[in-house]
Write a protein that binds this ligand. Sequence first.
Ligand code: SF4
Length: 220
Amino acid sequence: MDKETFVSIIKLLSEHYCVQSPGHLNVPDPFKVLIGTILSQRTRDKVTDLAFSRFFSKYKNVEEVAKAPLNDIIRLIKPVGFYRQKAKRIKKVTKIILERYGGRVPRNRELLIELPGVGYKTADIVLSLAYNEPVVAVDTHVETISKRLGIARWNAKYEEVRKSIESVTPPHLRRIVNGVLVKFGKEICKKPRPKCELCPIKVHCEWYKSRHPLTNLKTA
Ligand code: SF4
């Protein structure tokens, strides 16, 4: 797919699907975005938002989290999945940020992924949402849609998918790609069964074309 086509897709979808991030990511503070992303792993947005607001109504900054007893963190974030592991991870990450980086979350991908439990996706969410860097954060929806559209190869892993999407996305649009495609993926391009009959971009979709070879997509 070429850049022009993908830009038109993102513009079209952004008119239908709200690009606003969920509450736990819609904050200007990199530390909060990082903790929110850790809390959100394998957890629904609503539950994450609840745990996030409970957590940050008690602790205001890195120093307070570093001093917090582990059991208090466990109790506060308990609605989220794997809360015990996440509480330990939050303590470890916070300690490193305080001791190694003076309380500031690093604005650097390599340093971010050195933090315990922080992978490429979490690093890219922090960089794009908190630091306004022009990167595309790839989650399961972004990955699936980009592969169905034919932007990334089916067996591509995270880095290849990210680079493929970025190659067709001008820098000024990269920050919104995740928000738009996540919403579109939850509502239309679902896993495992997408609602292709309702899809406004099927004319551009390789996955759809491979399953409907005789359809005249120009009239769709
Ligand atoms: S046509 Fe179907 S598979 Fe393709 S993008 Fe639309 S919903 Fe997803």
